[in-house]
Design a protein around this ligand. Sequence first.
Ligand code: HEC
Length: 262
Amino acid sequence: MKKVTIIIIAFTSLLLLNCSNNKKEDTKTTQVQQETAQETKINPKGYELMKTNCFVCHMEKPDPSKRGQMIAPPMLRVQEHYKPSYPKKEAFVTAIKTWVKSPSEDKVMMPGAVRKFNLMPKITVSDADLQLIAETLYEIDFGNMPKMHKENHGKLALNDGKKWQLNDNSKKVIATINEQLNNFKSNDVTAYNQLGKDVFSNTKKILLDKTYDDKTFGQIQKFFHNIEGNMHNMIAAKTIDAAKKEQQTLINKFKKFNNFFE
Ligand code: HEC
């Protein structure tokens, strides 16, 4: 009797498994169809090269179910971080090529990723292939994904009622940023774009500081995630008004920084 029950259970689970497999196949097919549609807009060779050279480590898009397996930031996020600073294709392509040939902290646009995954190793790929990869990365439309960073959604918190301690280097950097933001005035929007870049390269100094423990760093990162969009917008701003708005928001946010860090 027992045996029969076991056999029946085994058989039903097999059936069920088979069923869910079929479903998976179905979604796979639609995925492939979508991908093919997507690939037709971009250079298929460039996409193939990206698959073999880059997607080994980078996923194309964030996938919450695979968060634990990530060993590099998703390519969509990479694109999101480079486009504001390099809106024109040529400059974007150059930046990606320069990066892949020799990744280094002074060039980093994603300092949080360096802390999380370590610096990307140098990738050996021919100049011609790299050119295609970089062009494809500029053109590819990964679709719109909601901003992820789940762990960073929470509000800043104090450290048991006390402020988080910054080291002297970081304090100096924060003072510099405040000075840059508060004293800046110009009639030239490109000067504001540059200001955005300067503020960003200063924030990087703090995010790349390896002396912070994980808890302190987590809070620092939360703060900087919250201003990342403002820095990007300022770097990419087309009008003085838009840039000034970001400047004011940044000034206000840095004022709040002092409520949590000292
Ligand atoms: C061996 C794994 C690996 C491979 C292969 C790889 N990457 Fe990366 N990549 C990383 C990691 C890890 C990071 C995050 C840390 C960092 O920014 O250095 C990264 C970050 C990046 C960044 C962001 C750099 C920044 O400014 O912070 C770019 C751009 C990039 N990769 C492009 C590429 C391209 C293009 C390819 C394919 C030619 C590629 N990667 C292949 C591991 C890899």
